[in-house]
Design a protein around this ligand. Structure first.
Ligand SMILES: Nc1ncnc2c1ncn2[C@@H]1O[C@H](COP(=O)(O)OP(=O)(O)OP(=O)(O)O)[C@@H](O)[C@H]1O
Length: 300
């Protein structure tokens, strides 16, 4: 569904300044996957989502989404792509919804189909997200979580193959966040729609099979669920196990076989003001060592 290799995005601020928001990012997403993208503020998550959604164009690299080459798409095809292939859910509801319309009118608005089918489809989508009982409620009479569910229904209005959600649970409490993720998960299962969720909330990884961590505009690691989301992992007492036990974090090798070493790991071995480390192969393991430690040992 998504094949992204060595993707670059450089924002030109003025003649002398530019920001490298994505620097050689690699990402593969299968059709029908529901996956997360996490990373700290400024790591490039929204930039990536904008590229996937055709809202902005990559500077260089390769980005194929649903068979479309996002670097070569004409302006006309890009508009078609945004209307037909992709649906968006934003954190900020002002971007998703029109407050003075009802839930059902909001969902109808972006639909490409006409007439009676439009109302039927809008109702169907609102029922799917558990909002069938509030079809005719004005948006400003709904809670934040309910509005977000309407936003999810809107994102599905044109039967997209891909839904992109930018911090969809950013403005709601933990319980509501859980409900929203369950709604997204059931749509993913029922409709087979691929869902990519950007968040900086690492707690949300519990609900996803795969989460990719971005650091400094590059994919740095992948957190994979050991077992299916639908089959909770139990400990020896029969209690559902804590989330650390259900996931494993793997470092990602980029196309040039490079890995990013987490800053806190380097700190832990005392690497501060040098860009050199000693790397050794020992008993089938690759070990990274502070070169000063080796020098110190040699002196002893
Ligand atoms: N339109 C733009 N013009 C210039 N710089 C930009 C633009 N959009 C993003 N950037 C810069 O690119 C980098 C990545 O930003 P991005 O918004 O993708 O990060 P993010 O991980 O989504 O952060 P946050 O979690 O805070 O939303 C940042 O340094 C940001 O300042």
């Amino acid at each position: 569904m998504i094949n992204c290799q060595n993707l670059m995005k450089i924002y030109k601020i003025d003649d002398d300044h530019e920001v490298i928001a994505l620097q050689g990012l690699d990402l593969q997403v299968e059709q029908g996957e529901m996956m997360g993208i996490i990373g700290s503020s400024g790591s490039g998550k929204s930039t990536l989502l904008n590229m996937l959604g055709g809202l902005d164009r990559p500077t260089a690299g390769k980005l194929i989404v649903n068979g479309k080459d996002m670097l070569r798409l004409s302006d006309k095809d890009l508009v078609k792509y945004k209307l037909e292939t992709v649906g968006f859910v934003w954190q900020n509801n002002a971007r998703n919804l029109i407050p003075y319309l009802t839930a059902v009118e909001n969902v109808e608005l972006p639909m490409l189909i006409k007439g009676r089918h439009k109302r039927e489809r809008a109702k169907e989508l609102l029922e799917m997200v558990g909002m069938g009982h509030r079809l005719n409620s004005r948006l400003n009479s709904l809670s934040g979580g309910e509005q977000q569910r309407v936003a999810i229904a809107i994102s599905l209005a044109n039967n997209p193959s891909l839904v992109l959600a930018d911090e969809p649970t950013g403005s709601v409490d933990v319980k509501t966040a859980d409900i929203i993720l369950d709604v997204l998960r059931s749509l993913n299962r029922e409709l087979g729609v691929t869902i990519v969720i950007v968040t900086h909330d690492t707690q949300l990884t519990r609900k996803m099979d795969r989460v990719v961590a971005i650091r400094d505009g590059k994919t740095s690691s992948e957190i994979l669920r050991r077992s299916s989301y639908l089959q909770p992992v139990f400990d020896e007492n029969g209690d559902e196990s804590i989330e650390e036990d259900t996931h494993v974090e793997l470092a990602v090798l980029d196309s040039a076989r490079r890995i990013q070493v987490p800053e806190d790991y380097l700190e832990a071995i005392g690497i501060h003001d040098t860009n050199k480390v000693e790397m050794k192969l020992e008993d089938g393991r690759i070990i990274i060592v502070n070169p000063n430690e080796i020098k110190a040992k040699a002196v002893q």
